[in-house]
Design a binder for this molecule. Structure first.
Ligand code: AOS
Ligand code: ZN
Ligand code: ZN
Length: 386
């Protein structure tokens, strides 16, 4: 196989998971904007996700969020997904949206609240059994707002206890992915604020616990690709929540704010041997003002473009320049790949997959947007505040 055909094969095999909540109405705490044609049920979200996969060919799974996607029969929902050409992906737990969680969920000082939160997490594993999902994604809003409000170390103990109970409940082929975020909604301490805290917990929990890197969850200037390289090296990178940010956790389209950063991240994934099913490439975004389905297609394409560039890095030339201590030469090898226009290559990959070279145009031509605007009335909010 020539190098370029290997790159094409790797691109055709990519799997980018789209989040069910990105198809629903969303906004900020100031305003949620309703859009025409927005899904009213988990099934309609899956129908929209199927359109993204139909036109890109690389978005075969959909992450669910419980309770936003609550349904009576999860096995039936999984069959519904398959009938539409997609599968159910990660199950996202939600222990942040009830009054009981004012002082936290699994870290709450009240054992009854902790029990309630843990029961929800265990229920999510029951749901994974029914859907056939591999990954449980855990993000905790837990933290404190004021110095002295609670005991930092005791909260870590409570967290560890809950995580261990979840781990013990996992099936052999299931994993728990622990997400970190430096602040929000807690403003003084957050109980899982950074990769180091997530890593320390996952290390204790063993091989079924891995860290998930949400690209919007770092302080400005953080070198995310270094974190990626390190977690991969330690066998602890479970996946990504991709999105981009200009300020805080903006949840904008991945690759929109800083395509160079996305390329650097994907390069570390490829170079570190993480390009495969063991690292879940998930989107975690909201499309507050732009049409949702084309925005998700665009996001998938942005990840593909960064991946193509990462795969095109001349690793041999780079290794040689690095070994020679050639600072400018090594940097030039990386920049050559980043500055390559990979759009024609991706167009070829799509055509070879039997797809239109331009997924956004193909989506617009399909008339799906008009059809759902006509047939779906009263679309639902994605979940925040719903
Ligand atoms: C929150 O900031 C995190 O990014 C989580 O992944 C969150 O649960 C997600 O945005 C919606 O499920
Ligand atoms: Zn996230
Ligand atoms: Zn987030």
């Amino acid at each position: 196989m020539t190098a370029i055909s290997a790159v094409k094969a790797a691109l055709a095999a990519q799997a980018i998971e789209t989040p069910s909540w990105a198809y629903g109405n969303s906004g900020t705490r100031f305003k949620v904007f309703a859009q025409p044609g927005v899904p009213r049920s988990p099934q309609e979200k899956l129908e929209d996700a199927a359109q993204v996969h139909r036109h890109t060919g690389v978005a075969p799974t959909v992450a669910l969020h419980i309770p936003w996607d609550r349904t009576d029969d999860y096995a039936a929902l999984a069959r519904f997904a398959e009938d539409h050409g997609v599968r159910l992906g990660a199950i996202n737990a939600n222990v942040f949206q009830e009054d009981d969680y004012r002082l936290g969920s699994v870290c709450n000082p009240d054992p009854a609240v902790r029990r309630k939160a843990l029961d929800h997490l265990l229920e999510c594993v029951d749901i994974m059994d029914a859907t056939g999902s591999r990954d449980l994604k855990l993000w905790f809003a837990d933290g404190t707002n004021y110095p002295g409000q609670d005991d930092i170390r005791a909260r870590q103990d409570r967290l560890a206890e809950a995580l261990e109970a979840v781990r013990a409940r996992l099936g052999e082929d299931q994993r728990m992915l622990l997400e970190y975020k430096f602040f929000e909604p807690a403003f003084y301490t957050t109980d899982v604020p950074d990769w180091g805290t997530a890593y320390a917990h996952c290390l204790r929990l063993g091989p079924q616990a891995q860290v998930v890197v949400d690209t919007g969850h770092h302080a400005p200037g953080t070198n995310i690709e270094f974190i990626v390289a390190l977690l991969l090296r330690e066998g602890k990178l479970g996946g990504f929540d991709f999105n981009s940010r200009f300020y805080a956790d903006d949840d904008l389209m991945v690759g929109a704010a800083d395509p160079f950063q996305l390329f650097r991240i994907m390069y570390e994934v490829v170079a570190g041997g993480g390009y495969g099913p063991q690292v879940a490439f998930m989107l975690d975004q909201c499309h507050n003002i732009e049409p949702k389905i084309p925005a998700i297609i665009r996001s998938v394409m942005n990840v593909q473009e960064a991946t193509a560039k990462a795969l095109l890095v001349d690793r041999e030339a780079l290794a040689k320049a690095q070994a020679d201590g050639d600072v400018l030469g090594s940097n030039a090898v990386l920049m050559d790949a980043f500055n390559t226009d990979v759009r024609p290559l991706l167009a070829e990959v799509r055509e070879e997959m039997g797809l239109d070279a331009d997924p956004v145009a193909a989506y617009h031509r399909s008339g799906w947007g008009e059809r759902i605007a006509e047939s779906r009335r009263g679309g639902r909010q994605a979940g925040w505040g719903a």
